[in-house]
Design a protein around this ligand. Structure first.
Ligand code: ADP
Ligand code: MG
Length: 622
């Protein structure tokens, strides 16, 4: 044991004025994220190991093949938390230079800037570390015992945080450094082994040197198996990683036992120079929060996991890890927000995601088809938010069809060239529009299913991006393929009859011969008119002025099928003079009208009663 008798002090010193000045501030300011002190001390230890490794690789010192390790030792009885490494160590002179006169200028600038803003300055503090001095957030005395790799004598430095230190010679024989933190009275929670383990898990899980945790008060926690993975998957070359490894890594880091839908391993070279693995999670419950989580690392040291800035806002559901050695270990929110490097990283990620979608679509279509339904809302949203993303990903945009298959948008447009060129026929409700769907399917026409909330805006955007392509709901017009060549004459009697039963003077009535004789009539609302009405409805839901809505009534068109035997019969009844036939005509026409109405909207109570009464009446006449 080193002799710490006051008479044995080799030297005393004052920490430079600026450094001394910082102590009260450390205590006052950093209370909200005190935990980072352990990250700072352990990462210094890892740095010391890295420096030693580097000296060897540079050939400056001989490789003694020692196993590098960092030990974190908790001694509740002695009230100490110790971090020991066998890295480069420090000579007496280095120790005084590095720890006695800390280059805290950056930190001081920061504190000068924010001093006075007494309340928690919103997240900034948490990402800001004071390096070695953050130990004083939890310890009232810190001892440093160190021996340099140069084999100069070991020294012990004792500082109680009042701005002065004492230096003793030490009997330490091993190369390396031991930081002994005497936990202060108020910070007893840092003597709890569960707490320390959780902090190590959070900050040190992937540090590049093996870290062992030893709890002196518990035999079971004295085993020395490392708590960290020194070669995290993201550091490997993508070609050397297996699918199973990616999935296992995901399970471990995010404690999610569902397989991710896909993942991307990014290995960006100079000048971006960052690595990472991003996962698209599988959501099984539509109510679960879809906020992703991207953990940011700095050379395998955890920095933060709520840094939204590095990921484009529209890829918010991604989970993963990013290692950015170009960023300072202690990054502030405001730094990230206005940083050109960060926006390049974010753009690169967006590009990688778009490329991955295209690659999956091209090379693994079967699987891509399967996941499309789960990812499409996100992909469509991303396309809407970022034109560049759309331009890169557009070839991976699939259309889900009502027959259960999928097609690329480009494939759909190619296939419909002869029947409805540049038009995507779609249904927004498989049940309500079932009749239209089956009529088109019977003619061999594929119908897209756009039934999600986001879809109407997505189609609007697509029409903006690709002006030659139109999206048309199948009940907005009678598709050409349904029409037959036969001529069909106007019938004034029928026109006025239907206007009367529909009680709608503006109803447009058309006569058209359909290939299919079964369907007597189709009620359509023009795409334009319906979209306008939808827009106004959304606008009014958002509290907008609704006076204008009345001036955009839905424009209904009823097309009567002149090939239909029912319509042929109806036209005879309608032209008849006697009341009996007129009465029949009225009943048939109102039934037809209400039935066509069913597929357009919900019936009013009167309409529904009319439909039921009419049906019972017809049954009674059989
Ligand atoms: P930074 O790590 O940003 O340089 P710190 O305040 O964390 O700032 O540490 C200051 C300096 O103290 C380090 O640069 C290093 O030279 C020295 N140091 C701290 N801890 C150790 C250690 N465990 N082994 C060797 N040197 C250390
Ligand atoms: Mg440091």
């Amino acid at each position: 044991m080193d002799n710490l008798n006051p008479n044995n002090v080799k030297s005393r010193g004052g920490i430079s004025v600026e450094t001394a000045h910082i102590f009260p501030i450390i205590k006052k300011w950093l209370y909200s994220e005190k935990d980072i002190f352990l990250r700072e001390i352990v990462s210094n230890a890892a740095d010391a190991v890295t420096k030693h490794r580097r000296l060897i690789s540079l050939g400056q010192i001989e490789d003694d093949e020692s196993a590098y390790r960092i030990t974190v030792r908790l001694d509740k009885t002695a009230r100490t938390l110790t971090v020991e490494d066998n890295g480069i160590g420090m000579t007496e002179e280095e120790l005084i230079r590095y720890l006695g006169n800390i280059a805290l200028s950056g930190a001081l600038d920061f504190i000068n800037k924010y001093e006075g803003e007494n309340e928690n300055p919103g997240g900034i503090i948490g990402h800001f570390g004071l390096g070695f001095y953050s130990a004083f957030m939890v310890a009232d005395t810190v001892e440093v015992v160190t021996r340099s790799y140069t084999n100069s004598l070991a020294v012990r430095w004792v500082c109680n945080g009042d701005g002065s230190y004492e230096l003793y010679s030490s009997e330490r024989t091993e190369r390396g450094t031991e930081i002994i933190m005497h936990i202060s009275e108020e910070e007893g929670e840092y003597l709890d082994s569960g707490k320390i383990r959780a902090m190590l898990d959070k900050y040190c899980s992937f540090m590049p040197t093996e870290i062992c945790f030893i709890n002196e008060d518990d035999e079971e926690e004295k085993d020395s198996s490392p708590i960290n993975d020194t070669h995290p998957l993201w550091q490997k070359a993508p070609s050397e990683c297996t699918g199973e490894e990616y999935k296992a890594f995901y399970r471990k880091v995010f404690s999610d036992y569902r397989e991710p839908l896909f993942y991307i391993h990014i290995n960006a070279d100079y000048p971006l120079n960052f690595k990472g693995i991003l996962y698209f999670p599988r959501f099984t419950n539509e109510y679960e929060p879809v906020d992703g989580q991207v953990k940011l690392y700095y050379n395998q040291v955890f920095v933060a996991d709520n840094i939204k800035e590095v990921i484009p806002e529209y890829l918010f559901m991604l989970r993963g890890v990013l290692d950015c050695p170009e960023l300072p270990l202690n990054v502030s929110r405001s730094y990230l927000q206005n940083n050109a490097y960060i926006s390049k990283v974010s753009a690169h990620i967006s590009k990688k995601v778009a490329d991955k979608l295209c690659a999956m679509c091209d090379t693994d279509r079967e699987n891509y088809d399967k996941i499309w339904d789960s990812i499409r809302t996100f992909v469509e949203y991303a396309c809407m938010r970022d034109r560049k993303f759309y331009d890169r990903a557009k070839d991976a945009l699939l259309i889900k069809l009502t027959d259960g298959t999928t097609q690329k948008t480009s494939e759909y447009l190619e296939a419909c060239k002869d029947t409805h060129e540049n038009t995507v026929y779609y249904a927004s409700d498989r049940e309500a529009q079932a009749q239209y769907i089956s009529m088109l399917e019977a003619e061999g026409i594929k119908v897209a299913l756009f039934d999600k909330t986001i879809d109407s805006q997505f189609m609007q955007m697509m029409e903006g991006y690709e002006p030659s392509v139109k999206y048309q709901r199948i009940d907005s017009d009678v598709a050409d393929v349904l029409k037959s060549e036969e001529n069909s004459a106007e019938d004034e009697e029928l026109t006025s009859l239907f206007r009367r039963v529909a009680d709608n003077d503006t109803l447009t009535i058309k006569f058209q011969s359909f290939k299919n004789e079964k369907t007597p009539a189709m009620l359509t609302v023009s795409e334009q008119s319906r979209r306008m009405e939808e827009m106004m409805r959304i606008y009014s839901m958002q509290g907008g002025d609704t006076d204008g809505i009345a001036s955009f009534p839905l424009e209904y068109t009823l097309t009567l099928n002149t090939s239909s035997p029912i319509i042929k019969k109806l036209s005879v009844y309608a032209a008849a003079e006697d009341d009996n036939n007129k009465d029949k005509a009225e009943l048939i026409a109102s039934q037809i009208y209400r039935l066509t109405l069913l597929s357009q909207r919900k019936l009013t109570a009167d309409e529904l009663n009319g439909l039921l009464d009419g049906s019972f009446e017809l049954l009674s006449r059989i």
